[in-house]
Design a binder for this molecule. Structure first.
Ligand SMILES: [Ca+2]
Length: 338
């Protein structure tokens, strides 16, 4: 690329991957983002990393700003923001529930107290309608930004990237917030469109927030600092798969970890040794057949080998990202949760 592009990076708050018209999974209208995806690359398996505190927004932004895992980004000296009515019954997310099936260690957090518990259908319907309305409003505002780029003749030389800090539950799995590791909370939209990027491509390779930093560096012709842990997304955008990750993980405090590989997902929960909150157990989902994470297969004796295999991948992910929970791993073995 002879000329450096402009870069417009839009990071939404709490926008889950499925609440996008182009995803075809929820009754939300996002014509601008759908068109943006059509004009560029849609990374359909993008994940946030989670974090070690209840506020998962700031760690996501830290990963975005540094290209590092949240465990290391939190220790760096980077300048990071620390603050972090329609009838839709027939199209409701199929994983809605009135309560989470067990104590995940964080059922008392602020976000889970925003509605009467157990959740009532009317309340959840109202929340979802408001959520979809806000996303459509955001979509329209992004449209004004893109129109300004067009009218000033800058669209052709501008890379536009759209993503979110993390998702949100809003009744799925009986939860409301993002203090969990289901896909509705850790999987986020990621769309990139502009010079240097193909048009109309979807990428299914596992990607995560820390990949954006080196990607934007490469698009801008800037050097990638040695501290960056993410990998450029441009090879994926070009259809090359050799750089694909074998797995992707996410964390929530010291209570939950998840790993995803080959279309399967393992979530590990620990009980808080001090408060007694939480549960020592695992969940196993076959996402290729059960994308809404409705059927936990962890208790299936035929899946013991898979649980063990994913547990080993999770342990490697902890080591690679500098997750402090690794220190406790040997004390609380995976087998105890089965
Ligand atoms: Ca947020």
């Amino acid at each position: 690329m002879s000329k450096r592009p402009n870069i417009v990076l839009i990071v939404a708050d709490d926008h889950r991957h499925s609440a996008l018209g182009a995803a075809g999974l929820e009754p939300v209208r996002t014509p601008v983002l759908d068109a943006l995806a059509h004009s560029g690359v849609c990374f359909r398996q993008s994940h946030m990393h989670g974090g070690v505190l209840q506020a998962v927004c700031a760690p996501a932004r830290a990963a975005l700003h540094t290209g590092m895992s949240p465990f290391r980004a939190a220790q760096s000296a980077c300048d990071v923001d620390s603050q972090g009515a329609m009838s839709i019954r027939s199209q409701w997310p199929p994983n809605l529930a009135s309560a989470h099936p067990f104590d995940n260690g964080e059922l008392g957090v602020r976000d889970e107290q925003l509605l009467v518990s157990p959740l009532r259908e009317a309340d959840v319907r109202e929340e979802l309608a408001a959520y979809y309305a806000m996303i459509s409003h955001l979509d329209a505002q992004i449209g004004t930004v893109l129109a300004a780029l067009e009218s000033t003749g800058q669209r052709e030389e501008t890379v536009v990237v759209y993503t979110a800090d993390h998702g949100i539950a809003l009744g799925s799995h009986g939860l409301l917030g993002k203090q969990n590791l289901y896909d509705h909370s850790v999987r986020i939209p990621l769309i990139a469109s502009g010079p240097g990027l193909p048009q109309g491509r979807t990428v299914e390779a596992y990607t995560c927030t820390c990949d954006l930093y080196p990607t934007l560096c490469e698009l801008a012709g800037a050097p990638v600092p040695d501290t960056v842990e993410g990998r450029s997304l441009l090879p994926f955008a070009e259809g090359r798969r050799e750089a694909a990750r074998p797995y992707v993980g996410a964390a929530y405090r010291y209570l939950q970890r998840m790993i995803k590989a080959d279309g399967w997902k393992l979530i590990r929960y620990w009980q808080d040794p001090h408060t007694g909150a939480g549960t020592d157990r695992v969940q196993l989902y076959h996402l290729d057949e059960d994308p809404w994470e409705c059927r936990d297969l962890a208790a299936d004796p035929g899946q013991r080998g898979r649980v063990a295999e994913l547990s080993r991948a999770m342990k490697r992910w902890l080591a690679e990202t500098g997750d402090p929970l690794l220190d406790y791993w040997t004390a609380i073995s995976m087998e105890e949760a089965l």
